[in-house]
Design a protein around this ligand. Sequence first.
Ligand SMILES: NC(=O)c1ccc[n+]([C@@H]2O[C@H](COP(=O)([O-])OP(=O)(O)OC[C@H]3O[C@@H](n4cnc5c(N)ncnc54)[C@H](OP(=O)(O)O)[C@@H]3O)[C@@H](O)[C@H]2O)c1
Length: 292
Amino acid sequence: MEFVKLNNGVEMPVLGFGVYQTPPEDTARCVTEALAAGYRLIDTAQAYGNEEGVGAGVRASGVPRDEVFITSKVWVSNMNYERAAASIDETLAKLGTDHVDLMLLHQMMGDYPGAWRALEDAYHAGKIRTIGVSNCYPERLVDLCTLAEVPPAVNQIETHPFRQQDAAHEVMERFGVVHEAWAPFAEGKNGIFSNEVLTAIASKHGKTPAQVVLRALIQKNVVVIPKTVHPDRMTENIDVFDFELDAQDMAAFAALEDPTFPRIFDHFDVDTVSWMLGDLVKTQQLGGATLY
Ligand SMILES: NC(=O)c1ccc[n+]([C@@H]2O[C@H](COP(=O)([O-])OP(=O)(O)OC[C@H]3O[C@@H](n4cnc5c(N)ncnc54)[C@H](OP(=O)(O)O)[C@@H]3O)[C@@H](O)[C@H]2O)c1
């Protein structure tokens, strides 16, 4: 495994294992199999409903806890100081661990500066080794990087061959934030696994299109967290450290960018944002939170 050093010195694997949409009842098995295949980063979230499975899978694997980098994320319904702080403790209880390696704000919505202060306090208390954001687009990222006491170490955004996020990447590099790709396979959309360009590059190197995607993103200094429930694909997706894409391959990969590809979650769409805020509004109606 290769690692990237974050802005506070903590090292994070450049390739991890995502568990979004992995059913809670399958999560422990998947995590144990992924760790056996060599993964050392597991990416979960409060909203995935499978943090318990991640904790159980790590314990069952026999891999020492300090060799596994666990990421989780604070969901929208917990976006203020008090709720975020309580939710971090809940995440630790569900994972059955005394710390997470990286905690992200899942969406930049609601009182996210308040939630950020809860992450900072948990960081100072040793409950979280690094803090970061997700779905944070350049303007808000610059704001947080400039004004926060502890700046974000990581920003996890939709990134794959059809939306490579080069402009956002440049801003992240300028502010020392590591770019992490969610949906590196575009969730299988757009015929990605049989794409002609990826297939041609793959056959040149004796690899698969999936491996070419992950390799190209890693060579662009992007951390990847592909998801699968299949052990053979787990092995395939981690086997990307024995070949290198040349300049011609990388140019062909860059040309796959497709401005017409619909965003998987469109944070610029009013209906999508209203839908995500629904959880927070419900929490407030129940008397559990003030919005700001
Ligand atoms: N921060 C956020 O807002 C956010 C949003 C989305 C995702 N994420 C994170 O990013 C991770 C990855 O994204 P994702 O799960 O949405 O999608 P993804 O990793 O781009 O794609 C997963 C899909 O590809 C299939 N697949 C995986 N490896 C394959 C292979 N080698 N050959 C053929 N098919 C393959 C999987 O099917 P099988 O499982 O059936 O193999 C699944 O349908 C998530 O699990 C989650 O941890 C974060």
